[in-house]
Design a protein around this ligand. Structure first.
Ligand code: GLN
Length: 545
């Protein structure tokens, strides 16, 4: 451990436009510091009013990531965990909605002693307190502020950052601004003006960035870097060019080459920071130029925004890196899959059904499951994918044609997937879940323990582990009433949670047909791929050969 001083804060803001990859940039900086033996944590601030993204449409907001302690968070938290190979918790992401909610609750409880409650100081103080509490016991806290500088919503956060710098000084706070250097085709030139303007906007608020992290499609010349440094008033070597990378996991390596750690060390007056990043480098090489290739048929319905499946597509990249294999995804829209189009699946090496909500596209998914089962193609079903595997099996193998989930038909006579009305949640509280429960906060969320059946495929995949912990996000459960019928017909219940909840199934006479109620993708990391996803990908590679 290089230091045992008070936490230092690395604020990452974004300028010019959104989608510049602030999340990946923040993760990369944190990864480099962690690889240099510092204790690092990371926080994402979302300036929207929703209390959490749990009720937002995946098509609008991308994936909802679930932490071990059951928080529904922004998908950047997923990136943080995947890069840092660590589990974060609900503290590592907060929204404007949460900040206001606590201030208003405090006001109602009379905690402000009759004062007028205002953005400054009350909201800003709440923000600072939240940031500081996450930093406790760490050398560095990277704080990523969502949105773009200049957004109305972001103002209280920038004010909080400004105040923290004022209170703690340069020795404890650094500001990194992520911008874009666009290439204007018609002029054949790269432009620095948007970066200058964005920095001016930050300065107007009282924040002067020390490092400019400039995203660019093309290489940026030394002269151009000097020009940015001069106009933005940062050191020449504190302009870090983040050129488009072949893989997000190459970003820490690129930042390192650009000298970001030297700038950070110089600012904080630390001895040179040297990360141990060899094993990371090796994995990145395997992502960029792998030996083998496979194709997985991904039958989903939120294909309009692939970000909705972020953790899962990343998990496939992690598995691929550890198998020296490029995993191509063949995206298949479940609403377009029917008897006429089923041939879409005839060139894939494995079939994957991800989680999902609602009845749209269900028939296509069930058809894909039949196809995988009958044609003996490696298959992995996740959450809704497991629920549909049970329904498919009951309908087509056990001849219970009416088998259904009450999510799709409230009055079904064969509720193979149902609601358990009194569910005990992670904290030991009874939750009542009915059709009339509110949409937010009525799901089984977060990490739950589950016991694996000895000698099952899933047991072997998890390295002969008897008990595993995986994360959940669903409202419905498999109905144990159908257990005997399933088993008599060759489907085994190979994992169970507390109180006999069905956590995974597999089919006996099949090379690999596994479906799980949990979301294995949430625990997959580049350095530590998820066991069942890796096992599935390995089977697909075997199948191809
Ligand atoms: N819609 C299903 C449920 O709520 C599955 C959810 C999911 O796949 N995440 O139980």
């Amino acid at each position: 451990m290089q230091s045992k001083v008070e936490p230092k804060y690395i604020f990452v803001t974004g300028g010019v436009l959104s989608s510049l990859g602030k999340g990946i940039s923040s993760s990369s900086i944190a990864t480099l510091l962690q690889a240099s033996n510092f204790k690092v944590s990371i926080l994402k601030i979302d300036p929207y009013i929703n209390v959490d993204p749990g009720t937002m449409s995946p098509l609008e907001h991308g994936e909802v990531f679930v932490t071990a302690d059951g928080a529904e968070t922004d998908l950047d938290i997923g990136h943080y965990e995947r890069f840092l190979n660590t589990s974060l918790n609900r503290q590592n992401n907060f929204t404007t909605g949460q900040v206001y909610l606590s201030v208003i609750e405090n006001e109602r409880a009379g905690k402000y002693l009759g004062k007028t409650i205002q953005v400054v100081p009350h909201i800003v103080d709440e923000i600072k307190a939240r940031i500081k509490s996450v930093a406790k016991n760490y050398d560095f806290l990277v704080v990523e502020l969502g949105g773009t500088v200049g957004d109305i919503e972001g103002m209280p956060y920038l004010e909080a950052m400004r105040q923290m710098k004022h209170e703690l000084g340069n020795q404890r706070v650094i500001s990194i601004h992520v911008t874009l250097i666009p290439y204007i085709k018609a002029a054949g030139e790269q432009k620095t003006k948007p970066t200058q303007h964005s920095v001016q906007e930050l300065r107007r608020i009282g924040i002067t960035p020390q490092i400019i992290l400039a995203r660019s499609e093309k290489p940026v010349s030394k002269d151009m870097k000097r020009k940015i440094a001069l106009s933005c008033d940062v050191d020449d070597d504190s302009v870090i060019i983040a050129e488009d990378a072949p893989s997000i996991y190459a970003c820490p390596l690129n930042f390192l080459k650009e000298g970001i750690l030297s700038s950070i060390a110089k600012h904080f007056n630390l001895s040179p920071i040297i990360p141990n990043i060899e094993s990371w480098d090796l994995l990145v090489k395997k992502i960029i130029s792998p030996q083998h290739q496979i194709t997985i048929g991904f039958v989903g319905k939120y294909l309009g925004l692939k970000e909705s499946y972020k953790s899962l597509t990343e998990a496939l990249i992690h598995a691929g890196a550890h198998m020296d294999t490029k995993i191509h995804i063949k995206w298949i829209d479940s609403e377009e899959l029917n008897k006429e189009t089923i041939d879409l699946l005839n060139d894939v090496d494995g079939i994957l059904i991800p989680g999902g909500f609602g009845s749209r596209g269900i028939d296509g998914k069930i058809l894909a499951i039949s196809y995988a089962r009958e044609k003996q193609i490696p298959f992995l079903g996740i959450c809704l994918g497991m629920q549909l595997s049970i329904i498919e099996f009951l309908r087509n193998k056990a001849n219970i044609k009416e088998a259904n989930s009450i999510e799709f038909d409230k009055n079904t006579t064969q509720p193979a997937i149902y609601l358990i009305e009194d569910f005990i949640d992670r904290s030991g509280n009874a939750q009542i879940r009915t059709h009339h429960s509110p949409m937010g906060g009525t799901m089984r969320l977060g990490e739950y323990e589950c016991k694996l059946q000895k000698d099952s495929v899933i047991y072997q995949s998890y390295g002969n582990c008897q008990t595993i912990k995986e994360r959940h996000r669903h409202r419905y459960e498999a109905n144990p009433k159908y257990r005997n019928i399933l088993e008599e017909n060759g489907m085994s219940i190979c994992a169970e949670g507390k109180e006999g909840l069905i956590e995974a199934i597999e089919i006996k006479n099949h090379p690999f047909f596994v479906a799980v109620q949990f979301h294995p993708e949430f625990t997959s990391r580049l350095q530590n791929p998820n066991a069942i996803i890796l096992a599935f990908a390995k089977k697909a590679l075997e199948y191809k050969k």
